[in-house]
Structure formats: C-alpha cells, structure tokens
Write a protein that binds this ligand. Structure first.
Ligand SMILES: Nc1ncnc2c1ncn2[C@@H]1O[C@H](COP(=O)(O)OP(=O)(O)O)[C@@H](O)[C@H]1O
Ligand SMILES: [Mg+2]
Length: 330
C-alpha cells in the first residue's frame, strides 16, 4: 500500500469565457490506510479534484500544474496507456457522484460488476462471476442477489453495489464522491458502516467527498475544507470539526445543528461560492467573511500550520499560535 502525495495541483476548465479555476493549487498527503474527508459547499471543486486524480476529465479540463504521486509513480506525467493499464481502477478507483443512478436498468447488477472485472483483468467469465459475488458479499449484499436488476435493489443496496464495482480490481485508494447524499439517514448509516468495514478489512485508503460534515466526522481521520478551488483548512477531524479556525469552516459547522444541544437558531453563511472564472482577489472567502478587511482583499493567506500539530489554516485572522477570532454569521 502506498501513500498518495498531491502537490500544488491545478486543473482548469477552458471555456469560451475563460478559465474556470476549479482545482487551484491543492496539496495534501493521504497516508496508506487513512481516510480523508473533503468538504465544502457545492461548486467548490470537490468532484473536479477527484476526477483530476483519476485523470477522467471532460475534454475542456486540463491539468495546468502540480504533481500527484502514488508510491513512487508520478501519475500526472504518465502516458495515458500506462495509466489506464496500471493505475486507473487497479490502484486508484472512484465511486462517481450519482453513480447508483447510472446502473444499467436492463442488465443484472451482478453482471455489471462482473463486466467491470472482465474489462480490466484477465479472468474467465466464471472467475468474474465468482469474484462479483464475493464483492457483493463484502458490501453486505447477499450474493444470491447477483442476478437481480437495479430496480429490485433499494437505494442503499444500489449504492453499495457501485462501491463493490469500484473495488473490482482491488484498488489501494478509493475516492467516493458524495456516496450517501441521495440516501435517507438510516440507509446512509448502513452505507457508511459498509465503507468502514471495507476500510478495515482491506486496509483501503479513501478520499470521501461530502458536503455533509457529520458523514465525514463519522468516517474520516482527516478533513480538507475546500472553498473556491482551494483548501482553506486541513487537519485531523477531531481538531478541524471540533475546533474550527477558518471563518468558512466555522460557518459550515454552525450550519449543522446538534440535536442533543439546546435549540439554537439555524445559521447559514450568506451568499454563495464565487464563480471560478474570476474568483475574488486575496482570500477567496473575503466577500462573505464578517472579519474581512483590506488585507484579506489584497493578500492571499497561505495554508500553514497554526496551533495544533497538523492543523493548517489559510486565514490572516488566525494567529501563528492558533488563536482564532470567533465568527458569527446571521
Ligand atoms: N466541464 C466543465 N466546464 C466548465 N466548468 C465546469 C465543468 N465542470 C465543472 N465546472 C465548474 O467547476 C466548478 C467546480 O465544480 P465541481 O468540481 O463539480 O464542484 P463540487 O463537486 O464541489 O460541487 C464549478 O464552478 C463548476 O461549475
Ligand atoms: Mg460534486
């Protein structure tokens, strides 16, 4: 098992109106066996980051800088042929956002998993069927369900089936993009449990993309908070989500009510993430930040360790020793 090291990664979409800077100078390290949560509002570049790592970009998406190393291999410089043969699905796999709705309705679920195996590995039909059944079992689905059609599966089972499909070639790292978003909470808990079991059993490393902080708190070791194509805060889950320092993270955590706490008004961050064709100068969050001043509009804050070990924050208002200004959103 290898670690995944992402350094200064930039991926822009080229459009008629200019470049959309969806992944803009992202760096992090995913140690083998760890789970990293990526959180942030919709439109902040979370899915784009996953697609960039897997090199599955639409035709207008281009990696314009940076590196991604898996073990000793530099993934961004590899020939497509070598990447396809040796990395994509085999070492690095992805469960796409909305994938469970993309299962083919006229084919059985099991045959679609077997097909994924046959597409990437030298196996006989029989071997692929056997392995597909094992994979179903691994995600908590009775292998007798192999020959059932997608419409005979519940939402949670469909989601677990697409996770099984991503595991078809025994990858080291799995990127799961919003794997529980379309599910109700009870089913969400089942899917999260299946993911946790798999991680333990297979020693998988994982990147779990979600806009739901409680999902990340339950499943991940570390968290990266993305805003407008950048990581604004990064660190161990218990540090970042319990003791958020960046005003954006503070806003996100305040927007999640604690059912055991006394009733408090629901807080939201006014405004929306910026258009990444022309993101704001300085700190990209400054137009929405109650603390912002002239410096925030002029100078981009660096993502650096502040206070606790491994807790990195990009904000002028967080001191070197990690003291924060508390932010109140309306
Ligand atoms: N093919 C594309 N061409 C141009 N812009 C795109 C394309 N795909 C996504 N974007 C833009 O990139 C930004 C990031 O999108 P996305 O990665 O889907 O964010 P998230 O997953 O966090 O919701 C958004 O502003 C989105 O509109
Ligand atoms: Mg997305």
């Amino acid at each position: 098992m290898a670690q995944l090291v992402v350094e200064n990664l930039k991926m822009y979409y080229h459009t008629r109106n200019g470049q959309v800077r969806a992944v803009d100078d992202i760096s992090f390290t995913l140690e083998a066996g760890r789970a990293l949560g990526v959180v942030g509002e919709s439109g902040c570049g979370k899915s784009s980051l996953g697609l960039t790592l897997l090199r599955l970009l639409p035709s207008n998406g281009r990696v314009v800088g940076g590196s991604v190393r898996l073990g000793s291999d530099e993934l961004m410089a590899m020939e497509e042929e070598a990447f396809r043969k040796g990395v994509r699905w085999k070492r690095l796999a992805m469960v796409f956002q909305g994938a469970m709705n993309a299962l083919n309705p006229v084919l059985t679920v099991g045959s679609q998993i077997a097909e994924a195996i046959l597409a990437h590995e030298k196996a006989t039909k029989e071997e692929a069927v056997e392995r597909a059944k094992k994979l179903l079992e691994m995600v908590g689905i009775n292998p007798a369900r192999y020959s059932h059609y997608p419409h005979e599966f519940s939402g949670g089972m469909k989601q677990r089936a697409v996770i099984a499909m991503a595991l078809a070639c025994n990858p080291e790292v799995v990127i799961a993009d919003e794997p529980t978003t379309a599910l109700d909470v009870m089913v969400q808990a089942q899917v999260l449990k299946a993911i946790s079991d798999l991680r333990q059993r297979l020693g998988l490393s994982m990147i779990l993309v979600s806009h739901d902080l409680s999902v990340v708190a339950q499943t991940c070791d570390d968290v990266a908070v993305m805003y407008a194509g950048k990581i604004v805060e990064y660190g161990p889950v218990e540090e970042v989500l319990v003791n958020p320092k960046h005003p954006y993270t503070q806003g996100l955590t305040q927007a999640f009510p604690d059912i055991r706490a006394e009733r408090a008004p629901i807080v939201s961050i006014p405004g929306t993430p910026p258009n990444l064709l022309s993101p704001p100068s300085g700190c990209r969050f400054h137009p929405r930040c109650p603390l912002a001043d002239a410096r925030c509009a002029a100078e981009e804050p660096v993502l650096e360790e502040k206070g606790a070990p491994g807790h990195r924050v990009a904000c002028h208002y967080v001191s070197k020793s990690g003291e924060v200004a508390e932010v109140k959103f309306a």
